[in-house]
Design a protein around this ligand. Structure first.
Ligand SMILES: [Zn+2]
Length: 80
């Protein structure tokens, strides 16, 4: 049981590192949005902001909509 617990903790820690620790933190959404906007103007892919459950700050992530990605993949297949 102890082993499972530490495994869960490790996964949780990895998630936190990816979703929070590695990212730049913004104190509020308007600040995060302004930065995302700026990046998109510079040619970045569509970005989205989210409230972080770990640090209660805001982070920016590339927008990933699975449904949209699937549809895009299908169109691509048909195009071939
Ligand atoms: Zn965070």
């Amino acid at each position: 049981m102890g082993k499972t617990e530490s495994f869960k903790k490790k996964i949780e820690k990895d998630k936190r590192i990816k979703a929070c620790d590695r990212k730049r933190r913004y104190c509020d959404q308007p600040t995060a949005l302004a930065f995302a906007d700026h990046q998109m103007k510079l040619g970045s892919k569509k970005l989205t902001t989210y409230r972080c459950k770990y640090c209660s700050g805001w982070h920016i992530a590339k927008e990933a909509n699975p449904r949209f990605l699937r549809r895009e993949a299908k169109v691509y297949e048909q195009g071939n």
